[in-house]
Design a protein around this ligand. Structure first.
Ligand code: HEM
Ligand code: HEM
Ligand SMILES: Nc1nc2c(c(=O)[nH]1)N[C@H]1C(S)=C(S)[C@@H](COP(=O)(O)O)O[C@H]1N2
Ligand SMILES: [Mo]
Length: 344
């Protein structure tokens, strides 16, 4: 009985940590999936509050840890628990550094890269920590006292997040100017000042494409690059999940104009394929808002930024903005039949 006491005594604290970590992990991924400012602001705020809320549970968790360490090694679940603590600290510190505006890079590594890497390791190690120490949610967790505790944790977490935002505004820290997604401005109106970014392992193609092959209803047409500059313009923000954004005036041809007169299936999609094989599938219903761009801010795209032609997908995160487009293929499948994030 005495040996089981610590597990019981810290149950709510542990469940609180679990809830906050799972919420932070889920909203972190979601933050990469949404690009429009309204929803992004909500997701990123909940994310920040969940992550910072962990700090509120430190005093209680300390009690759990002290008790566990008083037990003989033989009865304790085998532990990578200290490693877990190090990872959580690294995750929270790098997240806050990014939010404050200390984004790096240092030796080529940004705060956000450290953050996402440490977060993924945290969630994996958390799995092993929780495994031998399962704590159940109980019906009594719905009683008044428990609900009040949960509410206090939620309010406290929100207050920490709001407090940090307030301090950023008051001190005029660079983080006060970040976008709803958390990204910092780099190179608006000046495409050459924008970073050249590949999603994962992709590289600039050896030979830039000379035209775009459009495939629909069993027919295929090659549109030469010279025919892509039709003066359609859109002002849109390229917002990379790496933590920077830039607004440009992009020009080229709207996708619905390029596809006009072709056999288009209802509810279908279009695969936008790069010379490198990198592909994203978008709903045909969005065609009027999508642009194949040959220039930004009045100058032709550079090789790094996707010359001769790239996709501009307003309201979507950067990984949708396929560079070096060689092929557009109309398909019957819905857009969500694809990996949620690119794999290359
Ligand atoms: C921020 C995340 C967490 C950290 C850093 C952490 C760290 C620790 C540490 C250092 C110990 C002392 C025991 C040891 O060193 O092996 C411990 C014990 C414990 N943890 Fe966690 N923990 C975390 C989250 C969780 C979660 C989410 C659960 C369960 C849902 C949990 C359940 C337990 C239990 C039951 C014990 C005490 C009994 C035992 O040692 O087996 N912990 N934790
Ligand atoms: C263990 C899971 C995680 C924890 C505990 C965590 C915690 C945090 C914290 C404390 C912040 C600072 C928030 C602020 O000061 O406003 C933050 C920011 C951020 N995190 Fe996470 N995070 C986790 C996972 C992730 C994942 C998986 C991703 C993306 C795939 C992610 C993306 C971000 C981004 C983009 C920011 C910047 C948001 C902003 O500038 O307000 N996080 N995170
Ligand atoms: N072919 C291809 N297109 C791509 C990528 C890639 O890796 N390969 N990366 C995407 C990502 S993650 C971003 S943020 C933008 C970056 O565009 P930029 O390099 O012009 O700044 O391109 C997108 N288009
Ligand atoms: Mo990106």
């Amino acid at each position: 009985m005495a040996l089981r006491l610590p597990r019981r005594a810290g149950r709510r604290t542990n469940l609180g940590l679990l809830t906050l970590l799972v919420l932070a992990g889920a909203t972190g991924l979601l933050a990469y999936a949404v690009g429009t400012p309204g929803p992004a602001r909500v997701v990123v705020a909940v994310h920040g509050a969940a992550g910072l809320g962990l700090l509120l549970l430190v005093p209680w968790k300390t009690v759990v840890v002290r008790r566990a360490w008083r037990l003989p090694r033989s009865v304790r679940a085998p532990g990578t628990a200290v490693f877990l603590a190090v990872l959580v600290v690294l995750t929270v510190v790098s997240g806050v550094m990014h939010a404050v505006g200390a984004t790096g890079p240092w030796a080529g590594v940004t705060a956000l890269q450290v953050h996402v890497g440490a977060a993924i390791c945290t969630l994996v190690v958390l799995g092993t920590h929780v495994w031998g120490r399962r704590q159940r949610f109980r019906t009594t967790d719905l009683q008044r006292r428990a609900l009040l505790q949960t509410g206090a944790l939620g309010l406290g977490a929100a207050a920490l997040w709001g407090g940090l935002e307030g301090v950023l505004r008051l001190t005029g820290a660079p983080g006060a100017r970040r976008r709803a997604t958390g990204s910092a401005e780099r190179g608006s109106g000046d495409p050459e000042a924008m970073p050249v970014t590949q999603w994962f392992t992709d590289e600039l193609p050896a030979d830039p494409p000379r035209g775009v092959t459009v495939v629909a209803g069993g027919r295929s047409v090659v549109v030469p690059v010279a025919d892509l500059d039709r003066g359609d313009r859109v002002r849109a923000v390229l917002d990379c999940t790496g933590g920077w954004y830039a607004e440009q005036e992009w020009s080229g041809v709207r996708l619905d104009r390029l596809l006009a007169g072709l056999d288009l299936p209802d509810g279908g999609s279009v695969d936008v394929v790069s010379a490198t094989g990198y592909t994203r599938r978008l709903p045909l219903a969005d065609a009027a808002h999508l642009l194949l761009a040959t220039s930004a801010a009045g100058t032709a795209l550079s090789a790094g930024h996707g010359a001769p032609v790239r996709l501009v997908a307003p309201g979507r995160r950067g990984f949708w903005w396929v560079k070096w487009v060689v092929r557009l293929e109309v398909v019957d499948a819905p857009w969500w039949v694809q990996s949620p994030f690119p794999l290359q």
